[in-house]
Design a protein around this ligand. Structure first.
Ligand code: ADP
Length: 496
């Protein structure tokens, strides 16, 4: 285990400056260009990342393509064992990876960033054990013809990831893709390239060269050429709905499959008979207040029965008030910063819009930090709003900030209808002791992930993904590996 006191994330960030990892080596961008990586808690530039463009994409895809046949020829258990070893090494570097991701994203180390680094390692450990599960079937087609299916890899996978939980979302793509015999080129998010690069560097000590490559760069210059590259046989994307549509269109042009994990506006329904304490805990986790609400599964619309509305609001606001906003690298901090000036402005605009809605009541919770070192930090107080109707823009559009709207309800059928009245369908929760309400809601809620009386985050072995505009396809789980990172070949052997 690493000694936390000996880790200096600022020095690490400098050491990771200016490079991609292609074909097992750290390499500058072909153009030599770089871009700033900023600490959102202070506004300071902490590193410069390699500015990936088409030439870098081409080099990385060529390396991945060259490495793929030999990787796929290894025994599946052997690939799995190497992926498990990646997980072990990542687990030894949790402190370092947690600090790096806290530095570049502004997510608090104790409540978020260290947790993410632990989950990263866990996803590799989980998938590494699944090598032998890449099974086909035998089919009773004709007694004279032995008929079966074989699971084969797709080839080179392009993985495009966002900044909110960059390492975890990278792991959900890379680990199953590798176990299934694919090779991968990752395009990290422009706001958060460092922790992912370091994680890939750690794994490259274990994996054959070219099997896993990572590029940093902007969407149009680096992500688009990756999606369009003729040797990329699968695209796996997590990000916004708008970019998801661009990527799906580009993939369709080449008839390449795309998995899309997009946005959400997830409902949380609290019934009058719910265990209120548990529901309040669930609201804090569900809203991802410790991640400044920057989560596609954030419970950003809460429907609370009118009989428990007031105590619910009191409980949630008291809990958020007790949280400490501050330096993401400080162990005492619960809530860090928003990722970028653009998002910061967008979230503040939504808060202003919500506050101006007729009948709206705003609860601004916690306190902005007073430390002068953080004066330029992108801190936004978490806001709980009441009195805003479900058809208002702040209840319809994904804010990706610490803002939740709480609405009162009386009629169960009507609240299910309201919960479903959204373009999204990623996650939903219901809080009740009444079995009929619980069963009814789990069947009727339009979402890919529904929970009763709890609000767990993504688990490696559980299929995860949305319906409607929340995306296409699933991530995590054995099924996701089989469905999205392999193709089935049908084989018929005539025995006569
Ligand atoms: P966000 O608003 O959360 O940053 P985006 O969907 O814009 O979400 O970005 C998610 C990822 O998609 C990032 O890595 C980004 O660089 C990448 N990206 C953005 N535009 C494109 C594009 N046209 N083609 C491919 N990737 C893109």
């Amino acid at each position: 285990m690493q000694n936390p006191m000996a880790i200096d994330p600022f020095a690490l960030a400098q050491a990771l400056s200016g490079v991609h990892l292609i074909d097992g080596e750290l390499r500058a961008a072909a153009s030599g260009r770089t871009f700033d990586v900023v600490n959102p808690a202070t506004g300071e530039v902490v590193a410069r990342a390699a500015y990936g463009e088409a030439a870098d994409v081409d080099a990385a895809v060529r390396a991945a393509k060259a490495a793929q046949p030999a990787w796929a020829r290894r025994r599946a258990r052997e690939r799995g064992a190497l992926v498990v070893e990646c997980g072990r090494r990542l687990a030894e570097h949790v402190e370092e990876l947690g600090r790096l991701v806290a530095l570049e994203t502004g997510k608090a180390l104790r409540t978020e960033s260290r947790v993410e680094a632990g989950v990263l390692a866990d996803i590799f450990l989980y998938y590494g054990g699944l090598g032998s599960e890449l099974k086909g079937e035998t089919i009773p087609f004709n007694p004279d013809m032995l008929t079966m299916t074989l699971r084969e890899p797709l080839g080179v996978v392009g993985a495009i990831i966002p900044w909110n939980v960059p390492m975890l979302l990278m792991a959900l793509k890379v680990a199953p893709a590798l176990v299934a015999g694919n090779t991968v080129v990752v395009k990290s998010a422009e706001e958060a390239p460092l922790a992912c690069l370091r994680a890939v560097q750690i794994m490259s000590e274990v994996l054959p060269k070219g099997v896993l490559n990572i590029l940093s760069g902007y969407g149009p210059e680096c992500g688009a050429p990756l999606t369009a590259h003729p040797d990329v046989r699968k695209v796996s994307f997590t990000g916004s709905v708008e970019t998801g549509k661009i990527i799906a269109t580009a993939a369709a042009q080449r008839l390449v499959p795309a998995t899309l994990e997009l946005g959400g506006k997830s409902p949380m329904i609290v019934c009058a008979d719910a265990d209120l304490g548990r529901a309040i805990d669930g609201a804090i986790v569900g809203m991802r207040f410790t991640r400044q609400g920057q989560s596609c599964t954030a419970a950003s619309r809460m429907f609370v029965h009118e009989q428990v509305f007031e105590p619910f609001i009191e409980g949630v606001t008291a809990r958020v008030n007790a949280m400490k906003m501050g330096d993401p690298l400080d162990e005492a901090t619960d809530i860090g910063t928003i990722i970028s000036p653009g998002q910061f402005q967008k979230v503040r605009d939504y808060i202003a819009l919500a506050g101006a809605a007729p009948g709206a009541k705003a609860y601004a919770c916690s306190r902005l930090p007073e430390d002068p070192r953080l004066a330029k930090g992108l801190f936004v107080q978490p806001h709980v709003f009441t009195g805003i109707p479900n058809d208002h823009r702040v209840c319809r559009e994904e804010i990706f900030g610490p803002v939740t709207c709480v609405m009162a309800w009386r009629d169960f059928d009507a609240v299910i209808e309201q919960a479903n009245d959204t373009e999204f369908g990623l996650s939903a929760t219901i809080w009740t002791r009444d079995l009929r309400h619980a069963l009814n809601a789990t069947q009727r809620l339009q979402a890919g992930f529904v929970q009763v009386n709890q609000n767990l985050v993504v688990q490696s072995m559980l299929s995860y993904g949305g319906v409607k505009n929340s995306g296409l396809g699933k991530e995590a789980s054995l099924e996701a590996m089989l469905e999205h990172f392999t193709t089935k070949k049908t084989v018929i052997i005539n025995m006569t």
